[in-house]
Design a protein around this ligand. Structure first.
Ligand SMILES: NC(=O)c1ccc[n+]([C@@H]2O[C@H](COP(=O)([O-])OP(=O)(O)OC[C@H]3O[C@@H](n4cnc5c(N)ncnc54)[C@H](OP(=O)(O)O)[C@@H]3O)[C@@H](O)[C@H]2O)c1
Length: 305
């Protein structure tokens, strides 16, 4: 059973991963301008579903490890965004969910992927591409989002500590995107639907900086001296092995390979801009400096930790 009755004549949109970084911001975007869609949120934790329902939300139990939860969660859904966790399980999760979406009559799938060229050999980028091809083969209308490195990584695994911000790709340039911009594109595509957005790839890499330039921006905005520590991919592998940054082992291996290919130039395109945000939303992108201003208290918490 789903939580609420839907308003007729507007699409029902299911946001997977709505308790996560990107999904949470998409939900906020829809809640800030209500009436565009019937919003359905999901969790794999029943207590969270109960809490969201008590807040009046159309919340459903959906566990990607449990395909038996898919039928009721997808009933009546017109469009959905597929957000995977940081795990090789994204392959099975996506395959089974797309099959179920087909059975449930879902008309449009938006996929949160990565900023990869078509012939990438990086494992986790390749998994996302396999998911994209599977969605296309399903016959359901599709839109693929290709964000580059999330600026929010600068308050998670790359957070500045003790006056140092660490990169693991040496001096290579990195392309960044603010998650509010990813969410704005996703919410617009899900609202406007497949007639406008079917068959489109949207690329989101809006600010390019070296490690030194990133440190300079963070220093300027926080008013604290922050230096760039330019480590190498092998250092990231050591960090993962230490257990300080918990990450599923296959995804972590993909992340290390990504850093090798950015560092040695095979994925030099990661250090480029490609910005479809204004075409989809009419908005200008958030620079790293603006993002840092918007997230100043989070950055200060990291510096003071
Ligand atoms: N970080 C980057 O720079 C970057 C760049 C480009 C693309 N990406 C892609 O972004 C995606 C991750 O997005 P994110 O950062 O928003 O993820 P996130 O914050 O880790 O959130 C993941 C969400 O998925 C849910 N989830 C996990 N396992 C589930 C399961 N078995 N069943 C149902 N829901 C499940 C989580 O729910 P719970 O609350 O229950 O855990 C959470 O809501 C990945 O596919 C990654 O490849 C990341």
């Amino acid at each position: 059973m789903t939580g609420n009755s839907a308003t007729p004549n507007i699409p029902t949109v299911l946001v997977l991963g709505s308790t996560g970084q990107v999904g949470g911001l998409i939900v906020k975007d829809f809640e800030a301008a209500q009436g565009r869609v019937n919003l359905r949120v999901t969790s794999r934790r029943q207590a969270e579903v109960d809490k969201l329902r008590a807040e009046g939300k159309d919340a459903v139990f959906l566990d990607l490890d449990n395909p038996r939860s898919f039928g009721t969660a997808l009933h009546g859904v017109d469009r959905l965004i597929l957000i995977n966790s940081y795990s090789v399980e994204m392959l099975v999760h996506s395959k089974t969910l797309v099959d179920a979406a087909k059975k449930a009559g879902v008309q449009h799938i938006v996929h949160l992927g990565t900023y990869g060229e078509w012939d990438t050999t990086d494992p986790h980028f390749a998994w996302h591409q396999l998911v994209e091809r599977y969605i296309e083969a399903s016959g359901i209308s599709w839109t693929h989002l290709h964000p580059n490195m999330f600026m929010e990584n600068l308050v998670t695994f790359m957070a500045p500590r003790n006056g140092v911000v660490t990169s693991y790709w040496g001096d290579a340039r990195m392309g960044w995107i603010a998650l509010s911009d990813v969410a704005a594109v996703a919410a617009t595509v899900l609202s406007e639907g497949p007639i406008k957005h079917h068959g489109k790839d949207y690329w989101l890499s809006t600010d390019v900086l070296t490690a030194d330039q990133t440190a300079a921006v963070l220093s300027q905005v926080t008013g604290t001296s922050i230096k760039a520590e330019k480590k190498l991919p092998a250092d990231f592998a050591t960090l993962i092995d230490s257990g300080q940054v918990p990450m599923e082992k296959w995804y972590a291996a993909g992340a290390v390979e990504f850093m090798h290919q950015v560092h040695d130039g095979r994925m030099g395109y990661i250090g480029t801009t490609r910005n479809d945000l204004p075409y989809v939303t009419g908005k200008n992108p958030t620079s790293l400096e603006q993002w840092a201003r918007n997230n100043l208290s989070r950055l200060q918490d990291c510096l003071n930790a």
